[in-house]
Design a protein. Structure first.
Length: 176
């Protein structure tokens, strides 16, 4: 089983602004309309574990971008919005229980997305790969990518790629 994070952050380590806003991401010029390798990344993913806040934000975009099953861990949602029942499902449990449940369903390559969800998987040392695209903007506050951890998580830098004048994508693997 491989659990991966694919995410953008500001230079000072925030994945969203102080009010959860992502407008800073849209301010980065992208004249070619590149997805910066996201489609290629998704070819190796067979399920997505997406936090409730991120799920609600994606739903607000009005267009569902995923072709793999999406599982939303939530203690507050009892049902998905109408029209999304065939696109996503609710899942309960700790990160370890979620992984076990998805493994039992035949999933082996998970994409973990959403601030609180990422934090909970990192705290239990359940992330194997982290792909971070860092934007050359300083937000000065917001939702941090990384939580406080009890123990270090040792990583190996696999690659670094410059994506134009304002983005750098780094790929790390967990050293075990």
């Amino acid at each position: 089983m491989q659990n991966s994070i694919y995410i953008a952050q500001s230079l000072d380590g925030y994945i969203a602004g102080k009010n959860g806003e992502l407008d800073w991401l849209m301010s980065i010029p992208n004249p070619e309309g590149s997805d910066y390798g996201f489609a290629e990344f998704m070819k190796g993913i067979d399920a997505l574990v997406m936090g409730r806040n991120t799920f609600e934000m994606v739903v607000s975009f009005g267009q569902w971008p995923y072709t793999v099953p999406v599982f939303v861990p939530s203690t507050t949602l009892n049902e998905l919005p109408e029209g999304y029942e065939d696109k996503a499902g609710l899942i309960k449990g700790t990160p370890r229980e979620i992984i076990a449940s998805l493994k039992e369903k035949g999933h082996s390559n998970l994409y973990i997305d959403g601030g609180h969800t990422i934090h909970s998987f990192l705290k239990e040392d359940l992330i194997d790969e982290i792909i971070i695209t860092t934007a050359s903007i300083i937000l000065g506050g917001g939702i941090p990518l990384f939580p406080e951890l009890e123990n270090n998580i040792d990583l190996e830098l696999i690659s670094t790629e410059k994506l134009g004048p304002q983005l750098v994508k780094d790929t790390y693997k967990r050293k075990r």
